[in-house]
Design a protein around this ligand. Structure first.
Ligand SMILES: *Cc1c(COP(=O)(O)O)cnc(C)c1O
Length: 426
C-alpha cells in the first residue's frame, strides 16, 4: 500500500473518538479510549471476552479468538448437515464451499474479483504448490528472490524447491525493525529472476510492504511475484487485482479467526490460471472428478489449484469472521488497528523505553501492520511470567515480545494491562 491509499483509508473510516482528559499513560485513559471506540461493542461477540482468567489476550495475530457464532455454526453443521445430509452434503454445497468462501474473502477484504481464490491446504502446502508452478512457468530463469526475515516456512519451502529444481536463492537482508524496500528489491531482481516471494506484513517486525511498487519492480524484471498475506488478511485491506499481484497465499487462523489449523487461501490471478500447473495433481483439481478417468486433466479456473477433498469442518468458523468484517468494513478495522498500534507505541515510549526496551517495529503506521514487537534480553522469562498471570502475548526469537492486536477483539485496556505487566516484570 502506498502512502496515499493508507491515508485515504485512515480518513474514510470512523476515527476512534476523542478520549477524555485523563493522563495519557493512566489506566483511566485506556478505558476512555475503549468508551470512545466505535468497534468496542464487537468484543462481546467473541467467546472468552468476559473470562476473568483471560486478563489480556495480545496474540490475535497468531491465533484469533473464536466467535460465539462459530460455536453455533459448528454445532449445527454437525447435527443438521453432516448428521442428516451425510454424503448428499457434497452435492448440496460442500464441494463448492472453498470457492465460495474464496470469493467472499476477495470481495470483503482482498480486492479480488470472483473466481481467483480458493481455500484448501495449509499455507505451507499452498506456498509449495504456487511457487513450484511459478518457477515451472519461467523455465529459462534460475533464481528466486526472497528475504532473510520472512517466516521460516516460506524460506524452508523455497529452499526445498531450489534443491528440487536446481535453482539459486537470492537473499535480501532487510532492516531488522523494517522490511524489504523498493531499492533492495530493485537491486536483487534481474533477467534471471523467475519468482519473488515476500510477505505483505512481516511476521516479526510488522513492516507493511508497498505491494504495488514492489510488484511492479518484479514485473519489470519479467518475474512473477507471490505475496504472503498471513499477517495482513483480516486486519487491513488489500487490492490484489488493482495491484497486479500474480499469486498470494494466507492463513485463516490469525486475524480471520478460523481456529487452530484452519485451511489457508490461495489467490491465482485469472490470467495465470491456464498457464500455471501446480504439482499436486489430485482428483478434485481435475476437470471431471466423478468421471474417475485415467489421466489427469486440470479443471478450468481456480479449482485446478486444489488437490484433494476440502476440509469442510475447518472452514466453518472463518465464515463468521468474514461476515463480521463485512458488516464493520475492512477500512474501519484498519483504522482501529492503527489506533491500537499507535497507542501501544505511545505506552512503550512512556513506560518501557526508559527501561532499555527496544521498539523492533516501524514507528509510522503507514509502514506498520497490526502488531508491534518489543525487544529486551529478559523477554523470554517475562513472557512466561505474563502467561502465568493470564496475559498472553507471544515470544519471538531472539528476545522479542510481540503484541498482536486484533481490532475486533482487542481493547485499549488490554494493551495497558499488558504493557503495565511487562513494566512490573522488568
Ligand atoms: C503464520 C504464517 C505461516 C504459517 O504457515 P502454516 O502452514 O499455516 O503453518 C506461513 N507464513 C507466514 C508469513 C506466516 O505468518
Amino acid at each position: 500500500m502506498n502512502a496515499d491509499s493508507a491515508n485515504d483509508v485512515a480518513n474514510a473510516a470512523p476515527a476512534p473518538g476523542n478520549p477524555g482528559s485523563s493522563e495519557p499513560l493512566s489506566f483511566d485513559y485506556a478505558q476512555e479510549l475503549d468508551l470512545a471506540d466505535p468497534l468496542q461493542e464487537h468484543r462481546d461477540a467473541f467467546i472468552g471476552s468476559d473470562d476473568p482468567a483471560l486478563v489480556a489476550y495480545l496474540d490475535g495475530n497468531s491465533l484469533g479468538r473464536p466467535l460465539q457464532a462459530s460455536a453455533d455454526r459448528i454445532g449445527s453443521f454437525i447435527t443438521e448437515q453432516w448428521g442428516s445430509r451425510l454424503i448428499r452434503g457434497w452435492d448440496e454445497g460442500w464441494l463448492t464451499l472453498p470457492a465460495r468462501i474464496g470469493d467472499d474473502l476477495g470481495a470483503v477484504m482482498l480486492g479480488a474479483a470472483p473466481g481467483q481464490i480458493t481455500i484448501g491446504d495449509s499455507t505451507t502446502v499452498l506456498l509449495y504448490k504456487l511457487c513450484r508452478a511459478a518457477v515451472a512457468a519461467r523455465p529459462d530463469r534460475r533464481e528466486i528472490v526472497l528475504d532473510t526475515e520472512n517466516f521460516p516456512t516460506d524460506r524452508f519451502v523455497l529452499q526445498g524447491i531450489a534443491a528440487e529444481c536446481g535453482l539459486e536463492l537470492r537473499w535480501i537482508t532487510p532492516a531488522y525493525e523494517g522490511g524489504v524496500t523498493a531499492a533492495e528489491l530493485e537491486a536483487a531482481v534481474g533477467e534471471h529472476t523467475a519468482l519473488v516471494l515476500l510477505s505483505h506484513v512481516a511476521y516479526r517486525s510488522g513492516y507493511l510492504a508497498d505491494v504495488p511498487a514492489l510488484t511492479e519492480i518484479a514485473h519489470r524484471a519479467g518475474a512473477l511475484i507471490l505475496w504472503d498475506l498471513c499477517h495482513s488478511a483480516g486486519v487491513l485491506p488489500s487490492q490484489l487485482d488493482n495491484w497486479q499481484v500474480d499469486l498470494a497465499v494466507g492463513c485463516t487462523y490469525k486475524y480471520l479467526n478460523g481456529g487452530p489449523g484452519s485451511p489457508a487461501f490461495a489467490y491465482v490471478r485469472r490470467e495465470h490460471q491456464e498457464s500455471l500447473r501446480q504439482p499436486i495433481q489430485g482428483w478434485l483439481g481435475s476437470d471431471d472428478p466423478f468421471r474417475m478417468g485415467e489421466d489427469y486433466q486440470p479443471a478450468a479456473g481456480i479449482r485446478a489449484f486444489t488437490s484433494g477433498t476440502p476440509p469442510i469442518l475447518g472452514m466453518l468458523a472463518l465464515q463468521d469472521m468474514i461476515a463480521l468484517i463485512e458488516s464493520v468494513g475492512i477500512e474501519a478495522v484498519r483504522s482501529k488497528s492503527i489506533a491500537l498500534t499507535d497507542y501501544a507505541t505511545d505506552l512503550y515510549d512512556g513506560v518501557l523505553a526508559p527501561l532499555g526496551v527496544q521498539l523492533a517495529s516501524p514507528r509510522d503506521s503507514q509502514w506498520r501492520g497490526g502488531h508491534i514487537t518489543l525487544d529486551h534480553p529478559s523477554f523470554r522469562e517475562v513472557t512466561a511470567k505474563l502467561w502465568e498471570q493470564g496475559i498472553i502475548p507471544d515470544f519471538r526469537n531472539p528476545n522479542g515480545i510481540r503484541l498482536g492486536l486484533s481490532p475486533l477483539s482487542t481493547s485499549f485496556s488490554e494493551i495497558w494491562v499488558g504493557v503495565d505487566a511487562i513494566h512490573q516484570a522488568l
